[in-house]
Design a binder for this molecule. Structure first.
Ligand code: NCD
Length: 352
């Protein structure tokens, strides 16, 4: 069974809100441990309220973001990220416009550039723009555009190329913190596409910088290893890094974080010859890792995890990890839009 520990009983609600009226485009904007634990704590409060499955509570929660308008613009496929950004907005009472398939169905197909399209969301008076786009610098470009025009619209990066996926990192850290009660002294073995994957980079960045004494093993097939510049960036923190190209290096981790090969981002010849067969997490691989370890995956899964592993109680990708998306994204909206989201939540619940 997964080692379930009590989360540190610290009240972070009195910490200042470092997210208010700022875009959220990279994990490195979360400058301190307290700020990270503050947002996890806010998400935990929401999580408990959602988990009550109470119509009365759900009606009260709708006051929290009542009067705010969120536009979600997805230029790449999305299932979990999109659904939970939509659901979190609706459950907190915001109005949400969900624009999937932007690459095909927006003026991008006519050749419009991202800055010009970004100004449409400003003109539509969105309070928040949630943006997913294939370019690595897309969220910076959109943010610069909005700030240049002193727009009221704030941006959340919901995945930018191979570079960054900060809200996924938050929900991954939330999952780890809920299960282990800490963000320190963790051994994490990342398996799969380190080169094109963005979730691994965002998670590794935040845990290396804000955690203490963590150890990362990056196991990737030839050609899909972590970019050396990124490893060098991580090396400035107190993190131990091992790079390997074989699953036998999986070691004795607390967390195995599997990812798919991002074939749509690879040059055609690499995608065609890519063979993932020796990187699959099978029941035998699970037998080799500790009883108290967990298996994570940002999903979608293609063939990296044998479905026979799903029933292992250590597999959290279809349950705890995926379920963390809703409270984390709700907490992000609240933190960006409300000066004191803890008070707002308390007031909505009728506690003051
Ligand atoms: C990931 C992404 O889009 O980066 N999915 C997600 O948001 N959970 C991972 C992937 O596409 O492989």
């Amino acid at each position: 069974m997964t080692a379930q520990q009590e989360v540190e009983p610290i009240d972070y609600s009195q910490e200042p809100n470092g997210f208010h009226r700022k875009d959220f485009i990279h994990t490195n904007q979360i400058e301190t441990r307290e700020q990270l634990l503050w947002i996890l704590n806010l998400a935990k409060n929401l999580d408990k309220l959602f988990a009550a499955r109470s119509q009365e509570i759900n009606i009260k929660l709708k006051q929290v973001l009542n009067g705010f308008f969120i536009i979600i613009a997805m230029y790449e496929g999305s299932t979990r990220t999109d659904t939970t950004f939509v659901a979190a907005g609706l459950k907190l009472g915001a109005e949400v416009l969900n624009l999937l398939g932007m690459q095909q169905f927006s003026s991008a197909i006519k050749g419009e550039n991202l800055p010009d399209t970004t100004m449409v969301f400003n003109a539509a008076d969105a309070d928040i723009l949630v943006l997913r786009h294939k370019e690595n610098d897309s969220s910076e470009v959109a943010s610069q555009t909005l700030r240049t025009y002193e727009s009221h619209t704030l941006e959340i990066n919901a995945g930018s190329g191979t570079a960054s996926h900060p809200s996924q990192a938050l929900l991954d850290v939330y999952t780890i913190y809920e299960i282990f009660g800490r963000i320190d002294n963790l051994k994490i073995t990342f398996v799969g596409d380190m080169f094109y994957g963005r979730t691994v980079k965002s998670l590794a960045e935040i845990l290396a910088r804000l955690g203490k004494g963590n150890e990362f093993t990056f196991i990737a097939p030839e050609g899909l290893q972590m970019p050396p510049s990124f490893v060098a960036e991580l090396a400035q923190y107190s993190v131990k890094i091992v790079e390997a190209d074989d699953l036998s290096y999986i070691g004795s981790p607390d967390v195995v974080y599997a990812t798919r090969a991002q074939k749509e981002r690879m040059p055609a010849d690499l995608a065609a010859k890519f063979d993932s067969s020796s990187f699959i997490i099978t029941p035998e691989v699970m037998d080799s890792i500790p009883e108290g370890a967990i298996l994570m995956h940002p999903l979608p899964r293609i063939d990296e995890i044998d479905p026979a592993v799903d029933a292992d109680p250590r597999s959290v990708y279809l349950t705890k990890q995926m379920e963390a998306g809703l409270p984390i994204r709700g907490a992000l909206y609240m933190a960006m839009l409300l000066p004191n989201p803890f008070d707002a939540l308390s007031k909505a619940m009728g506690n003051e």
